[in-house]
Design a protein around this ligand. Structure first.
Ligand code: SF4
Length: 303
Protein backbone atom coordinates (compact mmCIF):
# COMPACT_ATOMS: atom_id res chain seq x y z
CA UNK A 1 0.00 0.00 0.00
CA UNK A 2 1.61 3.26 -1.06
CA UNK A 3 0.66 5.45 1.87
CA UNK A 4 2.79 8.41 2.64
CA UNK A 5 2.58 6.90 6.09
CA UNK A 6 6.16 6.13 6.79
CA UNK A 7 4.92 5.58 10.34
CA UNK A 8 2.92 2.69 9.03
CA UNK A 9 5.87 0.31 8.97
CA UNK A 10 4.66 -3.19 8.21
CA UNK A 11 1.35 -1.72 7.01
CA UNK A 12 -0.60 -2.56 10.15
CA UNK A 13 -3.89 -1.98 8.38
CA UNK A 14 -3.03 -4.68 5.83
CA UNK A 15 -2.06 -6.96 8.70
CA UNK A 16 -5.31 -6.24 10.53
CA UNK A 17 -7.40 -6.84 7.41
CA UNK A 18 -5.63 -10.14 6.73
CA UNK A 19 -6.28 -11.21 10.28
CA UNK A 20 -9.96 -10.25 10.04
CA UNK A 21 -10.27 -12.19 6.79
CA UNK A 22 -8.39 -15.16 8.22
CA UNK A 23 -10.85 -15.63 11.09
CA UNK A 24 -14.00 -15.01 9.02
CA UNK A 25 -14.87 -18.71 8.63
CA UNK A 26 -14.58 -19.16 12.37
CA UNK A 27 -16.78 -16.11 12.90
CA UNK A 28 -19.39 -17.55 10.53
CA UNK A 29 -19.36 -20.83 12.41
CA UNK A 30 -20.28 -18.95 15.54
CA UNK A 31 -22.92 -16.77 13.97
CA UNK A 32 -24.19 -16.57 10.39
CA UNK A 33 -24.23 -12.78 10.70
CA UNK A 34 -20.43 -12.92 11.06
CA UNK A 35 -18.33 -10.87 13.44
CA UNK A 36 -19.91 -8.64 16.04
CA UNK A 37 -17.97 -5.38 15.88
CA UNK A 38 -18.40 -3.70 19.25
CA UNK A 39 -18.21 0.02 18.80
CA UNK A 40 -18.68 3.14 20.85
CA UNK A 41 -17.63 5.06 17.72
CA UNK A 42 -14.72 6.55 19.61
CA UNK A 43 -11.58 6.88 17.49
CA UNK A 44 -10.37 3.30 17.89
CA UNK A 45 -13.64 1.51 17.25
CA UNK A 46 -14.36 3.88 14.38
CA UNK A 47 -11.13 2.70 12.72
CA UNK A 48 -11.95 -0.89 13.61
CA UNK A 49 -15.30 -0.73 11.80
CA UNK A 50 -13.65 0.83 8.76
CA UNK A 51 -11.15 -2.04 8.62
CA UNK A 52 -14.01 -4.54 8.67
CA UNK A 53 -15.77 -2.77 5.82
CA UNK A 54 -12.56 -2.76 3.82
CA UNK A 55 -11.95 -6.42 4.63
CA UNK A 56 -15.29 -7.26 3.00
CA UNK A 57 -16.15 -9.86 5.64
CA UNK A 58 -19.57 -10.51 7.14
CA UNK A 59 -20.06 -8.51 10.27
CA UNK A 60 -22.53 -6.44 12.20
CA UNK A 61 -22.24 -3.61 14.70
CA UNK A 62 -23.15 -3.44 18.35
CA UNK A 63 -23.13 -0.41 20.61
CA UNK A 64 -23.76 -0.62 24.33
CA UNK A 65 -25.40 2.60 25.40
CA UNK A 66 -24.00 3.55 28.79
CA UNK A 67 -26.15 6.61 29.50
CA UNK A 68 -23.01 8.51 30.54
CA UNK A 69 -21.22 8.84 27.23
CA UNK A 70 -20.63 12.41 26.03
CA UNK A 71 -23.70 13.69 24.14
CA UNK A 72 -21.59 14.55 21.09
CA UNK A 73 -20.27 10.99 20.92
CA UNK A 74 -23.80 9.61 21.28
CA UNK A 75 -25.01 11.75 18.36
CA UNK A 76 -21.98 10.75 16.28
CA UNK A 77 -22.60 7.07 17.02
CA UNK A 78 -26.29 7.34 16.07
CA UNK A 79 -25.46 9.03 12.80
CA UNK A 80 -22.80 6.46 11.91
CA UNK A 81 -24.96 3.51 12.83
CA UNK A 82 -27.70 4.83 10.56
CA UNK A 83 -25.12 5.08 7.76
CA UNK A 84 -24.05 1.48 8.38
CA UNK A 85 -27.69 0.38 8.20
CA UNK A 86 -28.16 2.37 5.00
CA UNK A 87 -25.14 0.54 3.60
CA UNK A 88 -26.80 -2.80 4.37
CA UNK A 89 -25.20 -3.75 7.69
CA UNK A 90 -27.04 -4.76 10.82
CA UNK A 91 -26.32 -2.26 13.58
CA UNK A 92 -27.75 -2.54 17.09
CA UNK A 93 -27.74 0.00 19.89
CA UNK A 94 -28.56 -1.68 23.15
CA UNK A 95 -29.65 0.19 26.24
CA UNK A 96 -28.52 -0.71 29.74
CA UNK A 97 -30.92 -2.46 32.07
CA UNK A 98 -30.01 -0.30 35.03
CA UNK A 99 -28.54 3.18 34.77
CA UNK A 100 -25.32 4.20 36.48
CA UNK A 101 -27.45 6.16 38.97
CA UNK A 102 -29.52 3.09 39.84
CA UNK A 103 -26.37 0.99 40.16
CA UNK A 104 -24.74 3.48 42.51
CA UNK A 105 -27.85 3.55 44.68
CA UNK A 106 -27.92 -0.21 44.77
CA UNK A 107 -24.23 -0.51 45.76
CA UNK A 108 -24.24 2.65 47.90
CA UNK A 109 -20.63 3.16 46.89
CA UNK A 110 -19.45 4.92 43.75
CA UNK A 111 -17.66 2.89 41.09
CA UNK A 112 -13.98 2.70 42.00
CA UNK A 113 -10.85 1.81 40.11
CA UNK A 114 -10.75 -1.43 41.97
CA UNK A 115 -14.47 -2.13 41.72
CA UNK A 116 -15.82 -1.28 38.35
CA UNK A 117 -19.21 -2.79 38.87
CA UNK A 118 -20.66 -0.43 36.26
CA UNK A 119 -18.52 -1.90 33.44
CA UNK A 120 -20.03 -5.31 33.95
CA UNK A 121 -23.52 -3.84 33.66
CA UNK A 122 -23.11 -1.02 31.17
CA UNK A 123 -20.48 -2.38 28.81
CA UNK A 124 -19.77 -6.03 29.47
CA UNK A 125 -23.29 -7.33 29.82
CA UNK A 126 -24.14 -10.08 27.39
CA UNK A 127 -27.00 -8.97 25.21
CA UNK A 128 -29.33 -10.99 23.05
CA UNK A 129 -28.30 -9.07 19.93
CA UNK A 130 -24.72 -10.35 20.09
CA UNK A 131 -25.92 -13.96 19.85
CA UNK A 132 -22.98 -16.32 19.81
CA UNK A 133 -20.89 -14.10 17.59
CA UNK A 134 -17.14 -13.74 17.72
CA UNK A 135 -16.72 -10.28 19.21
CA UNK A 136 -14.26 -7.74 17.93
CA UNK A 137 -13.00 -4.73 19.84
CA UNK A 138 -10.85 -1.72 19.08
CA UNK A 139 -8.85 -2.05 22.28
CA UNK A 140 -5.18 -1.12 22.13
CA UNK A 141 -2.50 -1.93 24.62
CA UNK A 142 -0.47 1.20 24.24
CA UNK A 143 -1.44 4.74 23.62
CA UNK A 144 1.96 5.80 22.33
CA UNK A 145 5.21 4.37 21.13
CA UNK A 146 6.79 5.33 24.40
CA UNK A 147 4.62 2.81 26.20
CA UNK A 148 5.24 -0.03 23.78
CA UNK A 149 6.07 -3.38 25.31
CA UNK A 150 6.63 -6.87 24.07
CA UNK A 151 3.61 -8.47 22.58
CA UNK A 152 2.18 -11.89 21.97
CA UNK A 153 -0.42 -12.90 19.47
CA UNK A 154 -2.54 -15.18 21.57
CA UNK A 155 -3.68 -14.99 25.10
CA UNK A 156 -6.35 -16.45 27.26
CA UNK A 157 -8.09 -13.96 29.47
CA UNK A 158 -7.88 -15.17 33.03
CA UNK A 159 -10.47 -14.08 35.54
CA UNK A 160 -9.33 -13.17 39.01
CA UNK A 161 -11.05 -14.03 42.24
CA UNK A 162 -14.45 -12.51 42.86
CA UNK A 163 -14.41 -10.97 39.42
CA UNK A 164 -11.47 -8.71 40.14
CA UNK A 165 -8.59 -8.17 37.74
CA UNK A 166 -10.86 -8.90 34.84
CA UNK A 167 -9.67 -7.35 31.63
CA UNK A 168 -12.74 -5.62 30.31
CA UNK A 169 -13.09 -5.44 26.57
CA UNK A 170 -12.96 -1.67 26.63
CA UNK A 171 -9.81 -1.49 28.73
CA UNK A 172 -6.56 -0.47 27.23
CA UNK A 173 -4.11 -2.64 29.10
CA UNK A 174 -0.55 -3.60 28.35
CA UNK A 175 -1.51 -7.25 28.38
CA UNK A 176 -4.29 -7.15 25.83
CA UNK A 177 -3.85 -9.67 23.06
CA UNK A 178 -4.98 -10.08 19.49
CA UNK A 179 -7.14 -13.11 20.09
CA UNK A 180 -8.70 -13.70 23.47
CA UNK A 181 -10.89 -16.41 24.87
CA UNK A 182 -12.83 -15.68 28.00
CA UNK A 183 -13.11 -18.83 30.15
CA UNK A 184 -16.08 -17.54 32.13
CA UNK A 185 -18.51 -17.29 29.24
CA UNK A 186 -16.52 -18.87 26.39
CA UNK A 187 -16.61 -15.64 24.45
CA UNK A 188 -13.98 -15.25 21.76
CA UNK A 189 -12.64 -11.85 20.98
CA UNK A 190 -10.55 -10.55 18.16
CA UNK A 191 -8.68 -7.31 18.76
CA UNK A 192 -7.13 -6.52 15.36
CA UNK A 193 -5.61 -3.16 16.30
CA UNK A 194 -4.31 -4.17 19.71
CA UNK A 195 -0.75 -3.22 18.73
CA UNK A 196 -1.57 0.07 17.10
CA UNK A 197 -0.13 3.30 18.45
CA UNK A 198 -2.12 6.51 18.67
CA UNK A 199 -0.30 7.87 15.64
CA UNK A 200 -1.56 4.97 13.54
CA UNK A 201 -5.16 5.76 14.44
CA UNK A 202 -4.81 9.38 13.44
CA UNK A 203 -2.70 8.71 10.31
CA UNK A 204 -5.20 6.11 9.21
CA UNK A 205 -8.18 8.41 9.82
CA UNK A 206 -6.54 11.22 7.87
CA UNK A 207 -5.52 8.99 5.01
CA UNK A 208 -9.00 7.53 4.61
CA UNK A 209 -10.83 10.77 5.42
CA UNK A 210 -12.54 8.89 8.17
CA UNK A 211 -14.62 11.33 10.16
CA UNK A 212 -13.98 11.23 13.88
CA UNK A 213 -16.06 12.64 16.73
CA UNK A 214 -15.83 16.44 16.95
CA UNK A 215 -14.72 16.26 20.59
CA UNK A 216 -11.21 15.27 19.49
CA UNK A 217 -10.94 18.70 17.83
CA UNK A 218 -11.64 20.23 21.24
CA UNK A 219 -8.59 18.48 22.64
CA UNK A 220 -10.17 15.39 24.17
CA UNK A 221 -7.85 12.47 23.54
CA UNK A 222 -10.02 9.66 24.91
CA UNK A 223 -13.78 9.51 24.93
CA UNK A 224 -15.77 7.36 27.26
CA UNK A 225 -18.05 7.45 30.24
CA UNK A 226 -18.19 10.88 31.84
CA UNK A 227 -16.56 10.65 35.27
CA UNK A 228 -15.11 7.16 34.77
CA UNK A 229 -12.98 6.31 37.82
CA UNK A 230 -10.33 4.83 35.52
CA UNK A 231 -9.57 8.24 34.06
CA UNK A 232 -7.20 10.77 35.59
CA UNK A 233 -8.43 13.58 37.79
CA UNK A 234 -7.61 16.33 35.27
CA UNK A 235 -9.54 14.52 32.55
CA UNK A 236 -12.56 13.95 34.78
CA UNK A 237 -12.56 17.57 35.92
CA UNK A 238 -12.48 18.65 32.33
CA UNK A 239 -15.44 16.39 31.56
CA UNK A 240 -17.48 17.73 34.45
CA UNK A 241 -16.68 21.31 33.39
CA UNK A 242 -17.76 20.49 29.84
CA UNK A 243 -20.93 18.64 30.85
CA UNK A 244 -21.98 20.17 34.20
CA UNK A 245 -25.37 18.45 34.08
CA UNK A 246 -23.59 15.12 34.69
CA UNK A 247 -21.75 16.54 37.68
CA UNK A 248 -25.13 17.56 39.09
CA UNK A 249 -26.47 14.05 38.54
CA UNK A 250 -23.46 12.50 40.28
CA UNK A 251 -23.80 14.92 43.19
CA UNK A 252 -27.51 14.14 43.56
CA UNK A 253 -26.71 10.43 43.53
CA UNK A 254 -23.99 10.84 46.16
CA UNK A 255 -26.57 12.66 48.29
CA UNK A 256 -29.05 9.84 47.88
CA UNK A 257 -26.36 7.24 48.67
CA UNK A 258 -25.59 9.05 51.94
CA UNK A 259 -29.28 9.09 52.86
CA UNK A 260 -29.62 5.40 52.02
CA UNK A 261 -26.50 4.53 54.04
CA UNK A 262 -27.84 6.43 57.05
CA UNK A 263 -31.21 4.71 56.72
CA UNK A 264 -29.49 1.31 56.71
CA UNK A 265 -27.11 2.18 59.54
CA UNK A 266 -24.01 1.79 57.40
CA UNK A 267 -20.71 3.57 58.04
CA UNK A 268 -20.60 7.19 56.97
CA UNK A 269 -16.98 7.76 56.05
CA UNK A 270 -15.29 10.92 57.33
CA UNK A 271 -14.59 12.11 53.84
CA UNK A 272 -18.15 11.33 52.75
CA UNK A 273 -20.29 13.30 55.16
CA UNK A 274 -21.67 15.50 52.39
CA UNK A 275 -22.27 14.77 48.74
CA UNK A 276 -19.68 17.36 47.75
CA UNK A 277 -17.02 15.93 50.09
CA UNK A 278 -17.59 12.41 48.84
CA UNK A 279 -17.59 13.56 45.23
CA UNK A 280 -14.30 15.45 45.78
CA UNK A 281 -12.73 12.38 47.39
CA UNK A 282 -13.96 10.24 44.52
CA UNK A 283 -12.49 12.66 42.02
CA UNK A 284 -9.10 12.88 43.70
CA UNK A 285 -6.26 11.11 41.96
CA UNK A 286 -5.66 8.42 44.51
CA UNK A 287 -3.42 5.45 44.03
CA UNK A 288 -5.33 2.18 43.79
CA UNK A 289 -3.86 1.05 47.09
CA UNK A 290 -5.54 3.93 48.89
CA UNK A 291 -6.74 2.57 52.22
CA UNK A 292 -10.11 4.33 52.04
CA UNK A 293 -10.81 2.74 48.73
CA UNK A 294 -9.65 -0.62 50.06
CA UNK A 295 -12.10 -0.18 52.95
CA UNK A 296 -14.97 0.40 50.55
CA UNK A 297 -13.98 -2.59 48.48
CA UNK A 298 -14.08 -4.67 51.63
CA UNK A 299 -17.48 -3.25 52.51
CA UNK A 300 -18.80 -4.04 49.07
CA UNK A 301 -17.59 -7.61 49.23
CA UNK A 302 -19.45 -8.10 52.51
CA UNK A 303 -22.85 -7.15 51.15
S1 SF4 B 1 -15.80 2.69 31.46
FE1 SF4 B 1 -15.63 3.47 33.57
S2 SF4 B 1 -17.56 4.53 34.07
FE2 SF4 B 1 -17.86 3.36 32.16
S3 SF4 B 1 -18.81 1.51 32.84
FE3 SF4 B 1 -16.58 1.09 32.82
S4 SF4 B 1 -15.73 1.66 34.84
FE4 SF4 B 1 -17.85 2.44 34.67
Amino acid sequence: MNYQMHLFKGAPDDEAIKMIQYYENLALEYDPRGYCVCSSEGKDSRVLGHLYRRAGVKHFYLNNMTGIDPPELVRFQRKNFQEYRDAGYLAYSVKYLRSIWELMLKKKIPPLRTVRYCCAELKERRVQEQGNALLSFGVRKHESRARAQNRDELEIVAFGKKGRNIIMPYDNEENRRTFEVCYANKEKRLNPIVDWYDEYIWDYSRYWNLEQCSLYCEGFTRLGCIGCPMARKAGREREFARWPGYKEKYLRTFERMIEARKAEGRIIYDYARTAQDWFDWWLSDRPTTDKDEAQMVLELSEY
